[in-house]
Structure formats: structure tokens, C-alpha cells
Design a protein around this ligand. Sequence first.
Ligand code: UDP
Length: 246
Amino acid sequence: MSFKPAYKRILLKISGECFCRNREGGISMSEVGAVSEQIRKVAESGVQLAIVCGGGNILRGKQFSAVSAAIQPATAHYMGMLATIINGLALHDALENIGVPTRLQTAIRMESVAEPFIRRRCIRHLEKNRVVILSGGTGSPFVTTDTAAALRSREIEADALLKATRVDGIYSEDPEKNPHAVRYSEISYQDVLTKRLGVMDLQAVHHCMEGKIPIVVFNYLREGNVERAVAGERIGTLVHGQAQSV
Ligand code: UDP
């Protein structure tokens, strides 16, 4: 049975960690297959779905350039963007393998591999109920795919940005370091920015605040959570314009 989506159009951000086994890196097609199954159920609900994929399972520019003076920071970030395209290719095939009509677009032109990102074309695919994977981040170095997700959410006029992670939401402190850290069920953009809370890049939060796009940060590893987030159920942490409540 399909569920009723709470939104017309959403942007789902899936981090690189969704493409590999816990703390392993690289790509595991069984992990990609598992997340694809959740995406299939969401796509079948009729919601328009764009996906921004991360690349941290392969390479993060900041970390990679820090280990050797030989690599220029911008080069390392381009490598990170290419990593997101590798993930995009894997996700594209995994989704089509289970019958989900999908298109892959890249922010760095690569016509023999995928379509370039063209806003109107992306929206047209969404209107035809094709899932659109947006890879290559923003196409510019020195930012992360969280920022790409926030910018693309604004461009395609998504009703919400859903960030799938391996943590249950946004906490007052890092829960791995402090077991007494509190998870916010709801928090304002301004509080996330002022308290400099982790889990999401602050530039991304700023863009969503300007664009009035609610963000839901949730744990995709809990079975059915992607559907719950799309159905508007209260899971994880909702970041929006309202005042904070814990
Ligand atoms: N990146 C970039 N510009 C972008 C998006 C990503 O330079 O617009 C690079 C950046 O180096 C980043 C890497 O690509 O570290 C992989 O993306 P990210 O770290 O956001 O992946 P995630 O943490 O979501 O797996």
C-alpha cells in the first residue's frame, strides 16, 4: 500500500555514507540497493523526487588536500565532485534495475555519461514522475553537497529538503562524544546557525532559511523512515522558521 506524501516536490539529500557499509568507504551495491528500495516506495507515492548524492564514501576535497601539499585544494574538491557522479551512476542503475524511471544529471558537463543539469529539463522530468539524480554538487569547489542540495531545492522550488543520514537528527552536542546530548525534534534555522550545530553544513541551512524551505534530518537506516519523512511524520529533526522546542 502506498502512503500519502505531505509534499508535492521534494529534494532528498543522500550522503556518501549511504553508498557504503558502515565506516568502510567505497561503494557497496547491496547498500545502494537497500536505499533504492526505500526510494522506489517514495517515487511510487507520486511525489516528485530529486536526489542530490554526496561523495564522502570515496573522497572529500578538504580532507584529501590536507594530506599532501602536492594536490591543490580546488583539484581535490573537483575529485570530490566526480565522486558524487560515480555514486550517481550506481544509484541510477540500481533504481532502474527495480523499475524506477530515473534520469541522471551532472553539474560538471559529461555528455557521454549523463545529461547536464538544466533546471527546466530537471523540472520537466519531475513533472513526468521521473526521479532525477543531481550529481556533481554545484559544479564549483569549496562547498559541500549539502549546499548543492539547498541551492537545487531553491532552484526547483522543492517543498522540503530531506537529509538522509546515519544519525537520528540534530543534537545539542555530538551524541558520540556526549551521551547526554539532546536531540531536537524541531528547531529554527536561526538556532542551528547561532549554536553552530553539526550534521548539516551551515551555508546550506542559510540558503534554506532564505528560501523558506523546511529541512528534515533523519536516520534512513530505520526501515520505512524515508517514507515517513515524505509522509510528513515527525521523525528526526525538523528545521524551519518556528521557535525551537526540544
Ligand atoms: N564538492 C565540491 N563542490 C560541491 C559539492 C561537493 O567541491 O558543490 C566536493 C567537496 O570536496 C566534498 C566532496 O565533493 O567534500 C564530496 O561531497 P560531500 O562531502 O558533500 O559528500 P557527503 O558528505 O554528502 O558524502
